[in-house]
Structure formats: C-alpha cells, structure tokens
Design a binder for this molecule. Structure first.
Ligand SMILES: *Cc1c(COP(=O)(O)O)cnc(C)c1O
Length: 370
C-alpha cells in the first residue's frame, strides 16, 4: 500500500460542528511552532486571555482555553466544582445535559436531575422547585444551546434561581459562544466553558473556560483534591497566569495560534454583528425550508439561529438525503442523536459557515434530494 499525504476534500460543514474554519485561522495555524515558554508565545497567550474575556463579556481573571475539546472543558468544570458525596442539580434536556450528569457521577457527585422533554428548554420554575426541595444542592449545571435538540434555555433565568438558593453555576456554552449572546458577568455565571469548533470558525480541540472569583474561591477551599491532575485549575494556572510561568503540560501551540486568530476575527466583525449575522441568516434559512415544505422541530423563542433542527418528512430516508448532500454537493449535515435518531436533521449555520451562499446551496441540495 502506497500512502501519500492526506488531502481532505473541501467540504461545506453544515452539521452540528465542526463548522468551516476561516482561512485566516488555517494560515495562523501553519505558522512556525515555537516553545511553549518562549516570551513571544507567552505574549500571545496573554492576548488570547484578553480576547476570551472580551468575547465572554467578563472581567474574570481566570479565563483561558483548556487543551482539549468541549467535553474536556465540561469535565474540567465538573472536576473542579464537584466533591465526592455532593449533590449537584443537573438540567437535562438532551444528550449534553446527560453527559454532564454522567460526569458528575463519575467524579463522585450525586446528580439531582431537572429534566425537560427533548426539544424543550429547561423551565426555571422546575429548577426552583427542585432546589427548594433539595436545600443541600451546592452546584447547578445547565446547557445554554442543547446541540442534540436545538433548544435554547434561558440561562440568565436559571442562574438567578440557582443563586437565590446559594448555589454556584456551571454553564455549557459550547454551541452558543460567538453565535448568540453569552454574557458571563451580566448573568452572574460562575464557571462557563465552550468549544473552538462551533461558532468560532476554528478547528476542534480547545475549550475556552472562565471561572469567576466565587468559583475560584470555592475551588481553593475544597476539602478534597480535584479528582483530575490534568484538569485541576489551580495547577493549570501556574502556566496560564502570573509573572513567572512554569511547565504544566506542553500547550497545543499551533492550535492556540488558531484560536487567537479566530477570536480576533470575532472582535473585528464585532460581537453584536456576529450575533446579528447568525440571526439574519437563520431567518433566511428557515423561510427557505418552509418554501420547500420542510418543518422546524424547534420553533419560537427557544430555537437556535446557529442550528436548525428539521423534521424528516414521513416516508423520506433521512440517511439517503445526507448521503446525497455529501456526495453531490459536498455538504455535510448532521443526523439526530439518541431518541431523535432518524427523526431529524441538524443543520448548522455556525461561524464562518453562516453565509448566504451556503444557505442557498443547502436549500437547493435539500430540494434536489427530496
Ligand atoms: C459539541 C458540544 C460539546 C462537546 O464538545 P466536543 O468538542 O465535541 O467535545 C458539549 N456541549 C455541547 C452543547 C456541544 O454542542
């Protein structure tokens, strides 16, 4: 077998992530690798922290990317905030909420589930009911944009309820960060993590995370050690902050160049304008779907502009439609997960992917496939 350099096809990525990467991000990642303690690299890291704070709309000192995908950001949040035997309220309205519950268990916590049917947001009144009956809950975790179902929960409202009962919050903003408003300080969110490959036009593999002072204080006062060495935030900070940086793990240097460039692109466009672009393109796409007779699975306030969830019409082979789009149009769209497998398509309009040209081509391809 003769093996050549791998040359991937040039796809239009309209699934639930990854989305297409901006060419400037790819160029940034191809620049020379330097040492992870090189003064120039540390200067770039400091800029990256500023860019992350500006995008998370926070003044939190502890704001940096975890070296790993969104799931590692999720697990880092859980590992730092959950101590063995502790009760944690976990909001579950899809696969990612379910993943948080699983992680809470694995780190020794006792999850108290606040659920909602798949496709629906979490009801803040239901969280309030749960917290009023479980006064020993210390942390509440929720997902902003549930990528498995396309539902957006009102995390500002969930945060308010959590604080009313003296709880700290963990918010998953993997699919919302950069696509719809995420206001860490205004909404008083305590620990917030995201991912690089959804609305930031960056490849997968990094997970921006931020801890406010309350959360940092909480971690400092824990009675037990954080259950993971790699994810212990106080150890990671020896590399990400302070006048003198020391080795924790070798940072994914070129990946960090990419995230730096991706966040710079967000700032150049303007965060408000990026949100408005996702919103406007979503409206155009939805109108187009309606025209070809396709229905949205999630509608109204809780639908996400960056992710359309389309109900597969009766008698249509959903996998054949996805194959047709991939093979004939180079477009990737996503299938349903778990209980929604075979019932929906998940079509992402995230980051660099969210533009008029892609929308028109996708509508044409869907019409053709049907
Ligand atoms: C994609 C996603 C994750 C996981 O991110 P990975 O980079 O795939 O590990 C977590 N939460 C939500 C809401 C997501 O959409």
């Amino acid at each position: 077998m003769k093996i050549n350099s791998f040359r991937p096809p040039d796809r239009i990525l309209m699934g639930p992530g990854p989305s297409n990467v901006h060419p400037r991000v790819l160029q940034a990642m191809a620049r020379p690798t330097i040492g992870h303690l090189d003064p120039e690299f540390i200067r770039m890291m400091d800029e990256l922290k500023v860019l992350l704070r500006d995008t998370f709309l926070t003044k939190n000192e502890v704001t940096f990317p975890i070296s790993g995908p969104g799931s590692l950001g999720m697990e880092a949040a859980v590992a730092n905030m959950v101590e063995p035997g502790m009760k944690v309220a976990v909001c579950v309205n899809g696969a990612f909420g379910g993943r948080i519950r699983e992680m809470v268990e694995r780190h020794g916590g006792i999850p108290v589930v606040v659920d909602a049917p798949w496709g629906q947001p979490i009801d803040p009144a239901k969280l309030e009911d749960t917290l009023s009956k479980n006064k020993d809950v210390k942390v509440v975790a929720f997902v902003h944009a549930e990528t498995s179902t396309g539902a957006r929960s009102d995390i500002a409202a969930l945060s308010k309820v959590a604080h009313k009962y003296g709880c700290l919050t963990i918010a998953d903003t993997v699919t919302s960060f950069g696509g719809i408003p995420v206001k860490v300080d205004d909404w008083e969110l305590d620990v917030v993590y995201s991912g690089s490959q959804k609305c930031l036009s960056c490849p997968p593999g990094l997970s921006p995370i931020t801890f406010n002072d309350r959360a940092v204080d909480y971690v400092k006062k824990r009675k037990t050690k954080v259950s993971s060495w790699f994810m212990d935030v106080s150890l990671i900070l020896s590399y990400w902050s302070g006048a003198k940086r020391t080795y924790h793990h070798t940072a994914p240097i070129n990946a960090l160049y990419g995230l730096h460039e991706a966040l710079l692109l967000v700032q150049e466009e303007g965060l408000d304008k990026a949100w408005a672009r996702h919103e406007k393109n979503a409206a155009m796409f939805r109108a187009g779907l309606e025209k070809i007779g396709l229905k949205s699975f999630v509608t109204g306030e809780s639908s996400l502009p960056e992710l359309a969830i389309v109900t597969v019409p009766d008698g249509v082979n959903e996998a054949a439609v996805r194959d047709h789009l991939l093979n004939k149009y180079n477009i990737e769209i996503g299938a349903g997960l778990g209980q929604l497998a075979g019932k929906i398509w998940r079509i992402g309009l995230m980051g660099y992917t969210s533009n008029e040209k892609n929308i028109k081509l996708c509508l044409k391809a869907l019409k053709d496939a049907l």
